[in-house]
Design a protein around this ligand. Structure first.
Ligand code: ATR
Length: 284
C-alpha cells in the first residue's frame, strides 16, 4: 500500500520489508538512520522494544507503550533523530468511521478480547468517549485489569466486565478466534445475540469474512473487517513520514489486491492476519 501511495504522489521512495532479529533491532535502527531512511514500521514484538530505542517519543507512542512507526528527522543542528510514534489506535477509529460510518462518542460497545489488540482498542474507545463499554475475555482477570485502568483514566466512561443485557451499538472482535476455520465464535450466543447490535467489526481481515461477521450479517448488523485498521495505521504512518496527505483510495486498492488475491492463491496458509510477522519494514 505504501508503494502504491508513493507512485500515486510521484514520490521517489520505496517501502521494503526486512527480517530483523530482535537482538539486532538497535543496530538496524541505527543503520537505517545512517542510510538516510525516511522512517520505519515495526510490529510485534519489535514495536514493544523499540520504545526504549528512539531519541524522542511522540505522545501517541507514550500513550500506547509501543512504537509501530519511526520517523528520522534532522534537528536544528543537523543531527538526525529517531522519533517514535504509534498509529495503531488511530487506525481503529478511522476504520470504524470510514467503514461503518460510526462515530463513537456516546455509543455502547461490546469488546471481545483483552490481549494486546483488545487493550489498545478498549483504551482508544474510552478516549473517544463511548458511553458504555462491556469487556468480555476468556481470561476474565485481563478484562478486569483493563476495566480498572479505564475507570482510572477515563472516569466518564461506564465500563463493565461481562455481556450487556440490552441493545448496544457495536460489537467488536479483538480476539484471535476466526483466524482458523475450526475456531468457535468469540462470543457466547447464550449470553448475547447479534440481534442486540447494530454494527459488528472484526479486527481479523483474513479470512475476509469470519464466522463472526457471517453471523452478524445474518442478524442484519452492518459489518466491516480489520482491513481498514491496517490501511489507516499505514496511512497515518505515510503522513508522518512524508508530510503529505495519504492517498487512501489507492492504498486500499493495493492492499485489497495484495491480501485477497494472495490468500485466494495460497488458501489458508496466511499467517495471523491480525498481528503480522515480526519484521521491520522500511522505506526511503
Ligand atoms: P493480539 O496481540 O492479537 O491481541 P494476544 O495478545 O495473544 O494477541 O490476544 C489474543 C486474544 O484472543 C486474547 O483476548 C485471548 O484470550 P485470553 O486473554 O484469555 O488468552 C483471545 N483468545 C485466543 N484464543 C482463544 C480461545 N481459544 N478462546 C477464547 N479466547 C481466545
Amino acid at each position: 500500500m505504501h508503494n502504491a501511495a508513493f507512485a500515486a504522489l510521484g514520490l521517489d521512495c520505496r517501502y521494503l520489508a526486512f527480517e530483523v532479529e530482535l537482538k539486532h533491532l538497535q543496530a538496524a535502527i541505527q543503520g537505517a538512520k545512517a542510510m538516510h531512511f525516511l522512517g520505519l514500521n515495526l510490529t510485534v514484538p519489535h514495536k514493544l522494544v523499540a520504545f526504549e530505542m528512539c531519541d524522542q517519543l511522540d505522545p501517541s507512542a507514550i500513550t500506547w507503550n509501543a512504537v509501530n512507526t519511526i520517523k528520522f528527522e534532522k534537528d536544528a543542528e543537523g543531527r538526525v533523530r529517531s522519533i517514535g510514534y504509534n498509529t495503531d489506535a488511530d487506525g481503529i477509529v478511522a476504520s470504524l468511521h470510514e467503514d461503518l460510518k460510526l462515530k463513537l462518542a456516546g455509543t455502547k460497545v461490546l469488546l471481545l478480547g483483552a490481549g494486546g489488540a483488545g487493550r489498545t482498542a478498549a483504551l482508544k474507545l474510552a478516549s473517544e468517549n463511548v458511553a458504555q463499554l462491556f469487556l468480555v475475555n476468556r481470561t476474565q482477570g485481563k478484562a478486569e485489569e483493563i476495566a480498572n485502568e479505564i475507570r482510572r483514566r477515563f472516569p466518564s466512561v461506564s465500563v463493565f466486565v461481562g455481556y450487556p443485557a440490552d441493545k448496544i451499538d457495536l460489537i467488536l472482535n479483538a480476539t484471535s478466534l476466526g483466524l482458523k476455520p475450526e475456531d468457535p465464535l468469540p462470543l457466547d450466543e447464550a449470553h448475547f445475540s447479534f440481534k442486540q447490535a447494530r454494527y459488528a467489526y472484526d479486527m481479523i481481515y483474513r479470512p475476509a469474512e469470519t464466522p463472526f461477521l457471517q453471523a452478524a450479517k445474518k442478524a442484519k448488523c452492518k459489518t466491516a473487517n480489520g482491513l481498514g485498521m491496517l490501511l489507516h495505521q499505514g496511512a497515518r504512518a505515510f503522513e508522518i513520514w512524508t508530510g503529505q496527505k495519504a492517498p487512501v483510495k489507492e492504498m486500499r486498492k493495493a492492499l485489497e489486491k495484495e491480501i485477497y488475491k494472495n490468500s485466494l492463491k495460497t488458501g489458508a496458509k496466511s499467517p495471523s492476519a491480525k498481528s503480522h510477522h515480526p519484521k521491520a519494514k522500511t522505506h526511503k
